[in-house]
Design a protein. Structure first.
Length: 216
């Protein structure tokens, strides 16, 4: 096994810290004064984020489910996997993934594995994401979830994994959970026998519940 692994460090201590912007919705911005190994100091702004889960759902033909959703920050309709914030206090990330698969796609799955973990943009945010592989997928027997805002009209499409990989490598898919999840699924399939169990430890998961709940 490779010894290449990300790890925490105490070489850059936070000397002072304060919330410089509180949205009251999802994110806050924290400003830290950070000690440098050479004795100097630097100011760093961090977008504090509750984290998220994503789901690469595969049907019995090996096709991946993608949803099309408007993302205002980039002004684009993006093809994405089902996903959602970890902003429910105490909610297990696997249960959050199951909830998002139901709410966004009205599906459930009998088999779950951890596909890949990541930081979406560690140069400016602490957002940590976990992407699950969901298989043995079927339509949910529960009533359909009533969506709102950008999620009211989200077209769905089942796409072959090969086509999805081509779309990522061709620059047509940009959502980071889609990029990470699709490439990880392609790299680990078709047996998927090297994946971690769905309840694998996730020390990078944030305990920050989102700005709205942090205020409460």
């Amino acid at each position: 096994m490779s010894d290449i692994a990300d790890e925490p460090t105490g070489a850059f201590p936070t000397l002072r810290s304060g919330v410089s912007f509180r949205s009251g919705r999802v994110i806050d911005v924290r400003t830290d004064q950070v000690g440098m190994p050479d004795g100097g100091q630097a100011t760093r702004d961090v977008v504090v984020h509750p984290g998220a889960v994503g789901i690469i759902a595969l049907d019995d033909q090996g096709r991946v489910l993608l949803l099309r959703q408007y993302r205002h920050a980039v002004g684009r309709m993006l093809w994405e996997p089902p996903a959602g914030l970890l902003d429910e206090v105490g909610e297990d990330p696997l249960e959050a993934a199951k909830r998002e698969l139901y709410e966004e796609a009205h599906l459930e799955a009998s088999r779950w594995d951890v596909l890949v973990d990541g930081f979406t943009s560690p140069g400016m945010t602490d957002e940590a994401v976990r992407i699950y592989l969901a298989r043995e997928v079927s339509e949910s027997s529960a009533p359909k979830f009533e969506a709102e805002h950008e999620e009211v009209d989200m077209p769905t499409r089942w796409v072959s994994l090969g086509e999805a990989v081509d779309a990522v490598l061709g620059g047509s898919i940009h959502n980071p959970l889609a990029v990470m999840g699709i490439l990880a699924a392609a790299a680990s399939g078709p047996a998927y026998d090297n994946l971690r169990p769905a309840d694998a430890a996730w020390p990078e998961m944030s305990d920050y519940p989102g700005s709205a709940k942090a205020l409460g």
